[in-house]
Design a protein around this ligand. Structure first.
Ligand SMILES: C[N+](C)(C)CCCC[C@H](N)C(=O)O
Ligand SMILES: O=C(O)CCC(=O)C(=O)O
Length: 467
């Protein structure tokens, strides 16, 4: 039995598993008496203790607590995979490539995925996080024979956790480790499809799928979702020129988001709603519903009738415009990423829509700094009354640069929608507009929530499950 002392602990081998046990007396018994939870509360939050000990069948087979007659695995091979408790009580894990990272005990305990702590079907935490002692740490740890899991017995309540090492690597944070084998890692997320920034030249190669494919197969729907994911818009040909067929097409992606405009809309220039969309006026490139706290994610358009002139549709890749602005006028990019504004929809007698908070035109993920949303409709922008005087002219100067690039013909896709061709637009990326028109023009479509759209990309297109 090979001992290697490691910061007051010993890593030794027991049969096929290596068990890490404290040279000190585990605190398990003491913790149970001083647990902040009364036994009844504890039972309420957990299934009976026996359930916690009933590791899943595979975990049990790996558990050091089952008698295993398996031969000892080759020392050299599994030496690279190890886990130990550091002097600061964090848990260090060394992976097969030798990379080491650390996890806080409370973090590991909070993420226990045994059936008593994490509902196996609903993927919801059952554990009372607030009841976990901040000082919790493993009393015993074993790396399973197949090097795929870490079994932990906690010092406070002897609860047993089995943590998948691939999952642990994927969620490493101190430091964050690169994927071990991105091709076959159990938690490797499907490679994100790179966004393809586009300009006016996309007109010669529009992303188009066929209605029958979308409606009749998940592969057809997936192809459409991929277009929207990659380009921020996706056209569908062969759509029967009826409101019903158009609505069914929208519902292939997700349920419709109801708004003060209704659900599925079928509208013309009749000022049915107090908005310029319900007029014959030209609409400059914009994103819709900037006045909602959660702007709509997707917008479907299908032109059913137009007896008159004009009314061409305009689309611009807002991510491409932002990219150009950042490259040519970084000061303007910064201003439009920080100066906050508000918006309103106030044209209907019984509606006054305003967002819960102000927002910048360019919205970035605070963690990754990634641009994730363009939120711009100059017509719907509300009165500025919060800008410090020194920022007012800077904002307008930045807005001019944004608008100049936005309206650069080399960035504009102008296309005349016709009955039979619908288009789904990512309203967080692609701006849309239209030329003024004459005569009778009937446009149908609907809105969808961003989260419902992305859920369909993850489940239908990427066939992902939560990792
Ligand atoms: C699409 N539909 C005609 C129903 C409403 C159009 C709303 C346009 C509004 N100015 C905005 O930008 O949100
Ligand atoms: O009428 C159109 O083609 C587009 C109208 C529009 O911009 C909108 O509904 O947001």
């Amino acid at each position: 039995m090979a001992f290697r002392s490691r910061v007051g602990t010993a890593l030794y081998r027991q049969g096929s598993a290596r068990v890490l046990a404290y040279t000190r007396r585990p605190q398990a018994e003491l913790a149970l008496k001083s647990s902040p939870l009364s036994s009844s509360r504890a039972n309420q939050l957990h299934r009976p203790a026996t359930a916690c000990r009933q590791l899943s069948s595979t975990a049990a087979s790996r558990s050091p607590f089952t008698t295993s007659s398996a031969a000892t695995t080759a020392a050299a091979e599994d030496e690279a995979v190890a886990a130990w408790v550091e002097a600061d009580s964090t848990v260090a894990v060394r992976f097969p490539d030798g990379a080491v990272t650390r996890y806080h005990g409370i973090w590991l305990r909070d993420h226990c995925q045994c059936p008593a702590c994490f509902h196996p079907v609903t993927k919801q935490r059952l554990l009372d996080t607030a009841a976990i002692p901040l000082s919790i740490k493993p009393a015993v740890m074993t790396v399973a024979e197949d090097n795929k899991a870490l079994n932990i017995v906690w010092d406070t309540d002897s609860h047993q956790s089995t943590v998948d090492l691939a999952w642990l690597r994927h969620h490493s944070y101190a430091p964050k480790l690169p994927p071990l084998h991105s091709s076959n890692s159990a938690t490797a997320t499907v490679a994100q499809r790179p966004k393809r920034l586009w300009d006016a030249s996309i007109a010669s190669k529009l992303p188009i799928v066929q209605y029958a494919d979308v409606m009749n197969s998940d592969q057809g729907l997936a192809a459409w979702l991929a277009d929207i994911d990659v380009y921020g818009l996706g056209f569908v040909d062969g759509v029967p020129a009826t409101p019903k067929a158009t609505e069914q097409l929208g519902r292939r992606v997700a349920f419709i988001r109801e708004t003060h405009y209704g659900g599925f809309w079928d509208f013309s220039a009749n000022l049915e709603h107090g908005d310029t969309a319900y007029t014959q006026l030209a609409l400059p490139a914009h994103t819709d519903t900037t006045y909602f706290t959660d702007p709509i994610g997707l917008q479907l358009f299908h032109l059913l009738e137009h007896r008159g002139t004009g009314g061409e549709s305009l689309y611009v890749d807002g991510f491409h415009v932002a990219d150009q602005l950042r490259a040519t006028h970084p000061w303007a990019y910064d201003i439009l990423s920080t100066v906050r504004m508000s918006a309103h929809s106030a044209g209907d007698a019984n509606t006054l829509m305003e967002p819960a908070t102000t927002f910048p035109l360019l919205n970035h993920d605070p963690l990754t700094s990634q641009l994730y949303q363009i939120r711009f409709n100059n017509d719907d922008r509300s009165t500025f009354s919060h800008l410090p005087p020194s920022r007012v002219k800077d904002f307008y100067a930045a807005l001019k640069e944004w608008t100049r690039i936005l309206r650069d013909p080399s960035n504009e896709l102008w296309t005349q929608l016709k009955p039979g061709r619908a288009v789904m637009v990512d309203n967080w990326r692609v701006l849309h507009g239209r030329a003024e028109f004459t005569g009778h023009r009937r446009l149908t479509g609907c809105y969808h929530n961003w989260d419902d759209y992305r859920s369909r990309v993850k489940t239908v297109l990427d066939k992902k499950v939560m990792s």
